[in-house]
Structures are given as C-alpha cells and as structure tokens.
Ligand binder design. Structure first.
Ligand SMILES: [Zn+2]
Length: 190
C-alpha cells in the first residue's frame, strides 16, 4: 500500500465497537421505520457482516503477520464467486517501513494468475499495523478504491481488509457501495 502516516491514536477498541453498533443500529430497518436498540446487547454482533475464512488460512495469516516486523502484508484468496477465504499468500517482496506497507503489485498479480486456473481469486489484503493503529489508514482505503476500480462490480462487491495489531486481529470489510467506510466484521472460521 502507499506510504501513509499513522499520527493520530485510534480510539479504544471497545469504544470503537460500541460506536459502530450505534451507527449500525440507528438506521432504517427492513420495514422502513427508524429503530434504535441497546448498543450493549451482545446479540448485535450477529448483525455484523461475516468475514469467512478457513482455519488453515487464518493460522497462516496470523503466524506470518505476528512474526514479521510491522508493517507486513499478504493476499487473501478464495473460490471465485464466493466470499470465503481459503488461502493466505504472504507478500515477501513488498516495501515495508515501520509505518507503511507498499504491496509488490507485480508479484501479487503473478501469484494470482497461478490461482485463476484453480477457480480461485483475491478476496482482500491482510496486513499488520504498529501498536495503537487499529483501523485502516486513508492510504489503505485508497488502495481498496483502486482495486474496486480495476475489477467489475459483478466480480468484487466486498474487499476484506483485516488488520493485525500486536497479536490481535481486527476483521474489517470495505463494500464497493461505500468505499470510504470500513465495516467491522464478524470473523467466522470454518
Ligand atoms: Zn494499513
């Protein structure tokens, strides 16, 4: 991803998740009427969009991103026409500094070409952040925006953008219809 700066500390995760709940639930429901629910209700997690991933891909991703110095990254791959991630491929030739990561686009595209005949394509990018940077940067969102622009809406409607900080995973998704907003997701391993 492009160079960027993480110069403002993120809010505490619990506060962030509560405000996300508030944002998600102070909205118009399916019947068209406004509703507001208790933001502390744990059942609200069920409403978060799923980030589907095999345990093998998750283990590889977490092992890689917690063992290499920040910022490191890799590509999430899964079956074409499905949102599941079944493979994680680390980007070992991207340009990393302590505060940014620039993917090696050429190598990623070479890697993806090997997976196409197998019926697999990219589902998103995982990368690590320095301590305290819990959300995607503007540079990250810019990268996702570019990815949406280069593929058809029929092929890619959502982009997984999980971030690892320390040993914690923050599972984000960006949707094509609202590419400037990162949506906290529910990690579902299978
Ligand atoms: Zn980032």
């Amino acid at each position: 991803m492009r160079p960027r700066h993480h110069d403002s500390p993120d809010p505490a995760p619990n506060a962030m998740i509560r405000s996300l709940h508030r944002m998600l639930h102070d909205v118009t429901d399916r019947n068209g009427s406004r509703r507001r629910t208790d933001v502390d209700d744990p059942r609200l997690l069920d409403d978060l969009p799923p980030l589907l991933m095999t345990t093998t891909a998750w283990l590889l991703m977490m092992t890689d991103l917690t063992s290499r110095p920040v910022e490191a990254g890799g590509v999430l791959i899964g079956p074409s026409g499905h949102d599941a991630v079944t493979h994680y491929v680390p980007d070992l030739t991207g340009h990393a500094t302590g505060a940014s990561f620039t993917f090696d686009h050429e190598r990623i595209n070479q890697t993806l070409r090997q997976y196409v005949p197998l019926g697999l394509d990219a589902k998103g990018i995982a990368h690590s952040h320095p301590s305290g940077c819990l959300t995607p940067s503007l540079g990250d969102l810019d990268f996702v925006f570019d990815c949406f622009a280069t593929v058809s809406a029929d092929d890619v409607e959502r982009f997984y953008l999980p971030i690892v900080v320390g040993r914690r995973l923050f599972p984000y998704t960006v949707f094509r219809g609202n590419p400037l907003v990162t949506v906290c997701s529910q990690l579902i391993l299978f």
